[in-house]
Design a protein around this ligand. Structure first.
Ligand SMILES: Nc1ncnc2c1ncn2[C@@H]1O[C@H](COP(=O)(O)OP(=O)(O)OP(=O)(O)O)[C@@H](O)[C@H]1O
Length: 273
């Protein structure tokens, strides 16, 4: 169980995350939605301590994560793998080396400095790539892959960390719909087959509805919705996405497109607010 207790992060006068309280049981797939600037990325960064809280607690299995330092903090970051919108691979390195860097967290310091990997670690990395359908690219330079392929490698790298929790910050925002589906299917399968907690920031409401057990809506740093997808009403979506959502709704009623097509198109547009 991951618990946030009155967790806040301020940047000067600006409160990016305002007193967040959440309990996330192990094995849940959670989608965080909200407008640009709502505080979604900051919340994820707080979870793996890429940024430090101004106030409050993050508790996992009884440990206050906000207090960790040194080796314990490194171990937490290893338990809590992060996937980014821009993949963050090292382009000039081959795919397998990129995946193996996911193991660096778990190695003794001398081995991580020399970056020597055992046969077992290499086999593990290939297995992770194979799971994402990417084993055949193991020896290719990462920069030669498409965006969708790079994101699959980034997920394999996260798996190589053997994390307890997978955090994904807009994992499909740079991808076309087909690759977005492949990446979201992969995250859902890791969640369901391995029982890992997956928490992802998502721009598209539909994606959150289709893939997540639970949706958290943020607005101006606050959690304004927390529930199952079926509880997320149009009114609530409007509160989360603000005025723009209303404009999209109004446009939906005046469009000449057939209803279902119009709604789908508008939802897609609203998703990118
Ligand atoms: N390092 C920082 N320094 C100052 N302000 C920051 C910093 N990081 C985030 N903020 C501010 O905190 C607020 C929340 O930002 P955050 O990136 O968490 O939002 P978001 O919901 O993830 O937005 P987006 O969907 O555009 O990524 C914004 O007002 C942003 O300007």
């Amino acid at each position: 169980m991951l618990m946030l207790e009155n967790l806040s992060r301020r940047f000067g006068e600006n409160t990016a995350v305002a007193s967040a309280n959440l309990e996330i049981p192990d094995g849940q797939m959670v989608g965080i939605i909200g407008r640009s600037g709502a505080g979604k990325s900051t919340l994820l960064k707080l979870l793996n301590r890429l940024t430090d809280p101004s106030d409050g607690k993050i508790v996992y299995a009884g440990t206050d994560i906000a207090q960790l330092k040194g080796r314990e903090l490194r171990e937490w970051r290893s338990d809590c793998a992060m996937i980014f919108q821009q993949f963050n691979l090292v382009g000039r390195l081959d795919v397998i080396t990129n995946v193996l860097t996911g193991r660096l967290y778990t190695m003794p310091a001398w081995r991580s400095m020399t970056q020597t990997f055992t046969a077992h670690e290499r086999a593990f990395a290939i297995q992770a790539l194979d799971r994402l359908g990417m084993a055949h690219t193991a020896l290719q330079r990462a920069e030669t892959l498409s965006g969708g392929q790079q994101q699959r490698v980034a997920i394999a790298r996260a798996l190589a960390q053997e994390p307890k929790i997978l955090l994904a910050d807009e994992p499909i925002a740079s991808l076309d719909p087909m690759n977005a589906k492949i990446v979201m299917d992969a995250l859902r399968s890791i969640n369901q087959q391995d029982g890992k907690t997956v928490i992802c920031n998502l721009h598209t409401l539909d994606t959150a509805r289709n893939y997540c057990d639970r949706i958290i809506g943020m607005s101006a740093g606050k959690i304004v919705f927390d529930g199952t997808p079926d509880l997320l009403t149009t009114d609530m979506a409007r509160e989360i996405y603000g005025a723009e959502a209303e404009e999209f709704d109004e446009a939906a009623t005046s469009t000449t497109l057939p209803d279902s097509e119009a709604v789908a198109a508008l939802k897609e547009a609203a998703a990118h607010v």
